[in-house]
Structures are given as structure tokens and as C-alpha cells.
Design a protein. Structure first.
Length: 121
């Protein structure tokens, strides 16, 4: 697993909260029509977003848990038999370049499957 994605309305307030809780915060930036930040809290990475990349494809609450992000070596195989919400698409950022897609999962959440194409610079 790469990270847990969480949607927040106020990224700066969320970053302050996690820093106060002892987390290391990196990569605060504008990304894909939103703002994002990576939070490292113990062994867990939480990526905060002000807007989900797939927000136009499904209805989402203003804040809350979005999805776990899971690595795969074969995105096309992983997507077989799933209801695809968004993707596949290629995205780049501080994490390198990845091919990603989101599928519907039980419990009203999504799963993100991602295939690493290029490592971070």
C-alpha cells in the first residue's frame, strides 16, 4: 500500500494539525486542480487533497476518507471485472510517474490501483 487519501477543505489547517501530532509533512503543492500534501505519521502515509482527481466522476462529501492507494505491477489485469470510476490515466508528481485508476469498492469507497512507470527524480 502506498498511502491513504483524505479530502480536507482547509489544507493548511490539516497540515498544522498533523505537524502538531508529530507527523512529518512534505510536498505541499498545487496538483491536478487541487492542493495536496503528504503526511508521514509513524508507518502510515496519508495524502491530503482539497479535491479528488476523480471528483467529477462521482459524488463525494466535502471532507473525509477517499481511498487507499495500492500498487500493482499490471494495472490492466487489476482492473478486470471492476466498475471503473476514473482512469486509467498517467499522472506525475513528487512520487514519480504512475498510471492510475479508481474502482468502486464495498462500503461506498474507492480503491486506487497504480502502476509505477518512473521513479521520482
Amino acid at each position: 500500500m502506498a498511502n491513504l487519501a483524505v479530502k480536507v477543505t482547509d489544507l493548511d489547517a490539516a497540515v498544522d494539525f498533523y505537524r502538531h501530532a508529530g507527523a512529518r509533512v512534505e510536498n505541499i503543492m498545487d496538483w491536478e486542480n487541487a492542493r495536496r500534501a503528504d503526511v508521514f505519521l509513524g508507518p502510515i502515509q496519508i495524502t491530503l487533497f482539497t479535491r479528488a482527481i476523480y471528483e467529477d466522476a462521482t459524488s463525494l462529501p466535502a471532507e473525509g476518507f477517499l481511498h487507499p492507494a495500492l500498487f500493482t505491477d499490471d494495472l490492466d489485469r487489476e482492473l478486470e471485472g471492476h466498475d471503473i470510476v476514473w482512469g486509467p490515466a498517467v499522472v506525475s508528481g513528487p512520487f514519480g510517474t504512475r498510471r492510475i485508476a479508481f474502482v468502486t469498492a464495498p462500503g461506498g469507497i474507492r480503491l486506487e490501483f497504480m502502476e509505477q512507470l518512473e521513479e521520482p527524480a
